[in-house]
Ligand binder design. Structure first.
Ligand code: IPM
Ligand code: MG
Length: 356
């Protein structure tokens, strides 16, 4: 029996997670051996417990085999001091559980080709996997802060730091994923300017010898940003540092025209993972019942595949999503102009029905 911790979070989080839970419950009824437990994270945890990552949530998270997270954050929390902001709930889970390998696929569903702002021929058939380092780099590097200089001026500072072992483990993670896909890996760095990413490049080159079946290339991050919007299909797997990956994965997601469709996985060394949609808490549409639950539902498929080694039910979920798109069901974010739309619950129900 696998334990799943469900953390709905803030904004549209509870609405979209409820639909993903329906999908899990349907699979449970068909024999999937999982047990669900709910917990608090982000702004809703702050409201209830005074902290975005309460101790009891951390205890639940450590005991779980996988975590399904909705989204965190909202405008009402932006004035809180930094350690109490919802985002710290997410960053805390990543770092406490050592979820260092963040997989962010960008797949263009053929049914949604018109949703991209890029020309159809540039994006049709797009299937990229961005592997983002998630527990190191400038997000966590010390020293960090804002200090006052002798002349009274303030100075802000953060530290971009990577140890060889950190680079090596994310590199291995990416090479292994490339082996299961198109066997091409592009490592993105800024080795022409930053020493730390020069080391990154050296480590990638060193471990590449152990993965002779994968073709390794290197690209500077500015060029990678340009190539992603110019000719994205040149990429198979991209591996990069925490902050570059944050930026490039948003760009890659937008190539598909529908950030509401994209799941993600954050894995530790043993394959335990946290699964969440790539999009955020969308406070502007929270509570309206119009958010797209498909990215969260597809996150469940990733969970089954990557943490539980169950590709059959994962395929079932992904086919069901394909089927509802074929049926023409669209939440507002993926609807073409003038096309009729459905709400969050209708979309979730349609996926459950299509699982049959
Ligand atoms: C993401 C988000 C987070 C990040 C925020 C919410 C802290 O942008 O998951 O990409 O910067 O990692
Ligand atoms: Mg981001």
């Amino acid at each position: 029996m696998k334990k799943i911790l469900v953390l709905p979070g803030d904004g549209i989080g509870p609405e979209i997670v409820a639909e993903a839970v329906k999908v899990l419950e349907r699979l449970q009824a068909d024999g999937l051996d999982v047990e669900l437990e709910h917990g608090l994270v982000g702004g809703s945890a702050y409201d209830a417990k005074g902290h975005p990552l309460p101790e009891e949530t951390l205890v639940q998270a450590r005991a779980a085999d996988a975590i399904l997270l909705g989204a965190v954050g909202g405008p009402q929390y932006e004035t809180l001091e930094r350690p109490l902001r919802p985002e710290q709930g997410l960053l805390g889970l990543r770092s406490e559980l050592e979820l260092f390998s963040n997989l962010r696929p960008a797949i263009l569903y053929p049914q949604l080709a018109e949703a991209s702002t890029l020309k159809p021929e540039v994006v049709s058939g797009l299937d990229i996997m961005i592997v983002r380092e998630l527990t190191g780099g400038i997000y966590f590097g010390k020293p960090r802060g804002v200090r006052t200089l002798d002349n009274g001026e303030q100075e802000g500072f953060n530290t971009l730091v990577y140890r060889e072992s950190e680079i090596e483990r994310i590199g291995r993670s990416a090479f292994e994923i490339a082996q299961k896909r198109g066997r091409r890996l592009c490592s993105v760095d800024k080795a022409n300017v930053l020493e730390v990413t020069e080391l990154w490049r050296q480590v990638m080159l060193r471990i590449a010898k152990e993965y002779a079946d994968v073709e390794l290339t290197h690209m500077y991050v500015d060029n990678a940003a340009m190539q992603l919007v110019r000719a994205p299909k040149q990429f198979d797997v991209v591996v990069t540092s925490n902050m570059f990956g944050d930026i490039l994965s948003d760009a890659a997601a937008m190539l598909t025209g529908s950030i509401g469709m994209l799941p993600s996985a954050s894995l530790d060394a043993d394959g335990k993972g946290m699964y969440e949609p790539i999009h955020g808490s969308a406070p502007d549409i929270a509570g309206q019942g119009v958010a797209n639950p498909l990215a969260t539902i597809l996150s469940v498929a990733m969970m089954l595949r990557y943490s539980f080694g169950q590709s059959e039910p994962a395929d079932r979920i992904e086919s069901a999503v394909g089927r509802v798109l074929d049926q023409g069901l669209r939440t507002p974010d993926i609807a073409a102009e003038g096309q009729a739309t459905v709400g969050t619950v209708q979309m979730g129900d349609a996926v459950v029905a299509a699982l049959a």
